[in-house]
Design a protein around this ligand. Sequence first.
Ligand SMILES: Nc1nc2c(c(=O)[nH]1)N[C@H]1C(S)=C(S)[C@@H](COP(=O)(O)O)O[C@H]1N2
Ligand SMILES: [Mo]
Length: 198
Amino acid sequence: MKGKLAFSLILIALLALGTYWAGTPGETKRIAEKAPNPEEKIQGGPVIEITGLVERPYNVSIEELGEMPSRSVQAVLYCVGAPNKALKNGTWTGVPLSYLIQRAEIKKNAVKVALYASDGYTTDLKLEDIINDENIIVAYEYNGESISPRLVVPGRWGYKWIKRIIKIELVDYDFKGTWESAGYPDDAYIENEDLRWK
Ligand SMILES: Nc1nc2c(c(=O)[nH]1)N[C@H]1C(S)=C(S)[C@@H](COP(=O)(O)O)O[C@H]1N2
Ligand SMILES: [Mo]
């Protein structure tokens, strides 16, 4: 009698186990694939902080940048160190910097914009220059390829074209970036750009 009961229990247990093994592996895998990675959620992707003298500071992710009004600009990148050689020449796509900062509602006393990169590099632009030039964009694409967000400033030397932007700050003083504070011209205007190699 006891032996029969034990046998039945083992049989039931085996059946249950069999059903479990047969039914679950696929499901388990699907669930695992769908489950969000908690680390990703906590860290988030790279973001640009728009801050300083604004009414509504905000962060924009790379993904959100791609959903904002975009603009494609044809522009050539020159470094002051090799002024006649085009380092990059092509089509840049991104969001006008004027749009990004105006979205935060600029305070009246702001005069300049300081830009910060993840490697510690900085640059700056006059607020009115940004407002007056829709072709100054935070680009996320170069010739159709994704790039980490970089400033495209047509007609200005490469030191204004800051890469890997992490912060855009509106200020009420004469902030100067890495090369500007080392004595390079703050306007960085390229003389006779038309006469240079492309
Ligand atoms: N984050 C960051 N951006 C930067 C720099 C830098 O050192 N760090 N150098 C600047 C300078 S001086 C030039 S000429 C260009 C060079 O751009 P490239 O690396 O795409 O050729 O990047 C600009 N942007
Ligand atoms: Mo440069």
